[in-house]
Design a protein around this ligand. Structure first.
Ligand SMILES: CC(C)(COP(=O)(O)OP(=O)(O)OC[C@H]1O[C@@H](n2cnc3c(N)ncnc32)[C@H](O)[C@@H]1OP(=O)(O)O)[C@@H](O)C(=O)NCCC(=O)NCCS
Length: 148
């Protein structure tokens, strides 16, 4: 599947909210929260597009040259086809000149996301016990950009 990523514009925020709803259910971000990140100059939002359809999105916050992967999500019917990995790579390439390190936080129960982050090159740097509302631990991961 051919995937392109595009910088998000105002007119795709409602599509992003639908992705949030389908991927995170009651943990979803509201349209207000998505709009807040969109308007935050530290955040970069990208949408992943396949055959003209928005199938996922990614939100990266950059403070100085340290990035935080705030969110990445692919619509359920498009998951497991390599699109999340491609989206992460393309967004990273877009920003990589400005990034020396990238961090993220993920539930220890989210095996698919953890596999994707590890194959990208993230390593586990710490763990927070019972961090999430469902009682699961949070895993903190880091990626080093060796070229910056
Ligand atoms: C996490 C997510 C973005 C990954 O996107 P994706 O398109 O499904 O992922 P990919 O198809 O690129 O696969 C990523 C890795 O997971 C592995 N994988 C695929 N299905 C899996 C499964 N059911 N269980 C565990 N690992 C799985 C793949 O093998 C791949 O690893 P590899 O590169 O070593 O082969 C997507 O599943 C998603 O939106 N999940 C819900 C939202 C979420 O949890 N976001 C992350 C926290 S913000």
């Amino acid at each position: 599947m051919d995937l392109v990523i595009k910088k998000a514009h105002m007119d795709v925020l409602a599509d992003i909210q639908i992705i949030e709803k389908e991927c995170f259910g009651k943990e979803m971000y509201s349209l207000d929260l998505i709009t807040r990140d969109y308007n935050n100059e530290l955040c970069s939002l990208f949408v992943g597009v396949v055959d003209g359809k928005i199938i996922g999105y990614i939100d990266v916050m950059l403070i100085g040259n340290e990035a935080e992967l705030i969110r990445i999500a692919v619509l359920p019917q498009y998951q497991g086809k390599g699109l999340g990995t491609k989206m992460l790579k393309l967004a990273y390439e877009y920003l990589s000149d400005d990034i020396s390190k990238m961090f993220l936080e993920v539930s220890a129960t989210n095996n698919r996301a953890i596999n994707m982050y590890q194959s990208f090159g993230f390593t586990v740097i710490s763990r927070r016990n019972k961090y999430y509302a469902d009682g699961s631990d949070a895993i903190i991961m880091e990626y080093q950009n060796n070229t910056n």
